[in-house]
Ligand binder design. Structure first.
Ligand code: PHE
Length: 462
């Protein structure tokens, strides 16, 4: 198998640091940046949400990301095995939580990724009105079933090919292309009439908008977007070479992810305001309702091409994320139950696909899944997909992050963590950033993440 040289085992591994960075950035950059971030900002009141999100990313997620990658590389194991390594069997439960979160996230993520694929076809065929008929599109379960089946098949195919052959190769080509297109679209969006009001909404924070709900939304978004708190980066970290510098890798992954979310947000709010669609509520349909109109404004032929290409690349960005989501439970099954990768991928993929069917049917097709839960705290009713998203990304991920930091700082212990991050970057632990990282894992992250998780859970009931 190619790439073995780095992992020193038969599990496979990235062929070099660049391959790892591209794959991990591919995991991080996805629907979270382009689909979820704009509607979270819109629902969370604009600039104030953006500021909180950025603070969480740099102050909290950076140390947690480093801890996850270090943990994976040190143990050379999947999420469950990594926690249980070195005699900490009881901690395997945390890894199981990670596998569960990843599977839940993939179940609905695959459905949204299917929408992106469906929209690529619609744009190429010039059907821009699909944007204003978004409700009809997602309510059509035949189409949904078809596109999400296709998407899951592609994900399974890539994961089955293994670490360097599938995941790494796809990421290296597609990520830069997407970045290029988003840059272009952002520049175009800023030339539209009224765009400046969108930019203001996005960039000028109104701190009176900050509530607990926006804070935990920003926290959940930061974790989701950076693929943290569910073992994806533990698993990817286990395929990284000992000599690679994980500090610089972490910085690059973080900057790539935050940078792309930021540009995508700018583009979206410029388009939203220039089309007069502000204040209509965001939600899961935001990019799907706003962007087709924007592409139409480019012109009938060029708009079709750019729109189609955009959704194709969005699907690819989603693909490098679904691949990492599927890799977590697959690596667990392969390592711990000694099932062949090619078989494990199909079994796990099929189960998760089935788990996603209620999300697919909860957009008007089946009433039970459409009005799935009524939260007492906020007095709203949400559909199955929103329920799973809320549970997995806003609750389980910060909880996972909390457990990762407690584990790294107190169970695995600071010294071993220091040793691991210094491998490939000697002297880091005593630098300012190194000291901050250790402080954050010991005190800041456990405190903030722990309290946010507890209040989030309580807020659902009271
Ligand atoms: N970070 C991915 C995105 O932004 C989603 C994801 C979450 C992937 C958790 C892996 C793990 O789209």
């Amino acid at each position: 198998m190619a790439g073995i040289k780095n992992s020193e085992s038969s599990r496979g591994g990235f062929s070099n640091k660049f391959g790892f960075i591209m794959a991990a950035a591919g995991s991080a950059v996805g629907l979270g940046n382009i689909w979820k971030f704009p509607f979270e900002v819109s629902d969370g009141g604009g600039g104030a949400f953006v500021v909180m999100y950025l603070l969480f990313c740099f102050m909290l997620c950076f140390p947690v990301m480093m801890a996850e990658i270090a943990l994976g590389r040190k143990t050379n194991k999947n999420a469950v095995g990594a926690f249980a390594a070195n005699g900490h069997k009881k901690w395997a439960g945390v890894g199981i939580l990670a596998v569960l979160s990843g599977s839940l996230i993939l179940s609905f993520y695959n459905v949204v990724a299917g929408w992106a694929l469906g929209f690529a076809v619609e744009m190429f065929s010039g059907n821009f009105s699909v944007g204003s008929n978004f409700g009809e599109f997602v309510g059509n379960w035949h189409i949904n079933l078809m596109v999400s089946t296709v998407f899951m098949f592609i994900t399974i195919y890539i994961v089955a090919k293994g670490v360097s052959g599938g995941i790494e190769k796809a990421s290296k080509i597609l990520m830069p292309t997407l970045l290029f297109l988003i840059f272009g679209l952002m520049a175009y969006s800023l030339t539209q009439p009224g765009a400046i009001d969108g930019v203001k909404f996005y960039l000028i924070p109104d701190f009176s908008e900050i509530t607990f709900k926006t804070a935990y939304g920003a926290m959940g978004q930061a974790f989701f977007s950076l693929s943290l708190g569910m073992g994806a980066l533990i698993t990817y970290g286990s395929y990284v070479g000992k000599k690679d510098n994980i500090v610089s890798a972490t910085s690059m992954i973080l900057l790539a992810d935050v940078g792309i979310a930021f540009i995508a947000g700018l583009m979206m709010f410029a388009f939203i305001f220039s089309q007069g669609l502000q204040g209509q509520g965001g939600g899961a349909g935001l990019i799907f309702t706003v962007l087709p109109g924007a592409f139409e404004s480019i012109g009938p032929v060029l708009g079709r091409c750019i729109g189609g290409l955009f959704f194709v690349l969005l699907s690819f960005a989603a693909l490098t994320s679904t691949v990492s989501l599927l890799e977590v439970p697959v690596a667990y099954v392969v390592d711990e139950f000694e099932i062949r990768r090619s078989r494990a991928v199909w079994i796990v993929g099929a189960v998760i696909f089935l788990l996603g069917i209620p999300s697919m049917l909860g957009n008007g097709t089946v009433d039970f899944f459409t009005n799935f839960v009524h939260y007492h705290g906020s007095n709203i009713t949400v559909n199955f997909m929103d329920f799973i998203e809320d549970l997995a990304s806003d609750t389980f991920l910060p909880l996972g992050g909390f457990l990762v930091s407690v584990y790294t700082a107190y169970i695995w212990r600071g010294d071993k963590f220091k040793e691991e991050i210094e491998s490939g970057n000697p002297g880091f632990a005593t630098s300012f950033m190194g000291k901050y990282t250790i402080f954050a894992l010991k005190y800041l992250a456990p405190f903030i993440l722990g309290s946010i998780t507890i209040i989030t859970i309580l807020s659902k009931f009271f």
